[in-house]
Ligand binder design. Structure first.
Ligand code: GDP
Ligand code: MG
Length: 177
C-alpha cells in the first residue's frame, strides 16, 4: 500500500477551479478516496489532498488543491495558482451559467497560472442527463477553441473521474520529463 511518506520521484501541484457547486470537492474526494488512500484527513475543509500515482515507472505525488468555498468570495489569489502545473476547470452540465463562466476562469488561469499549465475542461454531473443545459459538443468545441483537453464526468457515478485526473497528471509528466 502507498503511504503518505513514501518516497516519490516527482511532486506535482494541481488546482481545482470553477464556479461554486459544480462538484469540485466531490470530484476530489472521489479521486483521492476511491482506489487509493486518502491521506489522514477528509477533503472537506482542507485545502488539498494527495494521491500517489505511478506513471511510466515514476512515482508521482499529486497534490490537488481545492478552493474550499472561496470561489464564492472571489478570494482565490495568485498563491492558489503558484507552482501549479495543472488544473481541472469544472462546470456543471445542468447549469449553463457555470459553462458561460468558463471563459472567466480561463482568463484568470492565464493571468495567475504558468503559461504551460495543463488544463482539463470538465463538464461534471453527466448523470443528470434529463436536466442537461450544455451538450457535450459545446464543451468539446470550447475546449478546442481554448486549447484545453475535455471530458465529461460524474462524481456521483464515479464516471471518468479517475480518467480526468490521470489525463492531467500524465500530460504534466510528459511536459516536465
Ligand atoms: P463545489 O462547490 O464545486 O466543491 O461542489 P460540491 O462538490 O460541493 O458539489 C455541489 C453539489 O453538487 C453537491 O450537492 C453534490 O452532491 C452535487 N454533485 C457533485 N457532483 C455531482 C455529480 O456528478 N452528479 C450529481 N448528480 N450531483 C453532483
Ligand atoms: Mg467545494
Amino acid at each position: 500500500a502507498e503511504s503518505f511518506d513514501e518516497e516519490c520521484d516527482y511532486l506535482f501541484k494541481a488546482v481545482l477551479i470553477g464556479d461554486s457547486g459544480v462538484g469540485k470537492s466531490n470530484l476530489l474526494s472521489r479521486f483521492a478516496k476511491d482506489e487509493f488512500r486518502l491521506d489522514s484527513k477528509p477533503t472537506i475543509g482542507v485545502e488539498f489532498a494527495y494521491r500517489n500515482i505511478k506513471v511510466a515507472d515514476k512515482l508521482i505525488k499529486a497534490q490537488i488543491w481545492d478552493t474550499a468555498g472561496q470561489e464564492r468570495f472571489r478570494a482565490i489569489t495568485s498563491s492558489y495558482y503558484r507552482g501549479a502545473l495543472g488544473a481541472l476547470l469544472v462546470y456543471d452540465i445542468t447549469r449553463r451559467a457555470t459553462f458561460e463562466n468558463v471563459k472567466k476562469w480561463v482568463r484568470e488561469l492565464r493571468q495567475f497560472g504558468s503559461a504551460d499549465m495543463v488544463v482539463i475542461l470538465v463538464g461534471n454531473k453527466s448523470d443528470l442527463s434529463h436536466s442537461r443545459e450544455v451538450n457535450e459538443e459545446e464543451g468539446k468545441s470550447l475546449a478546442e477553441a481554448e486549447g484545453l483537453c475535455f471530458m465529461e464526468t460524474s462524481a456521483l457515478e464515479n464516471k471518468n473521474v479517475q480518467e480526468s485526473f490521470l489525463q492531467m497528471i500524465t500530460k504534466i509528466h510528459e511536459i516536465t520529463s
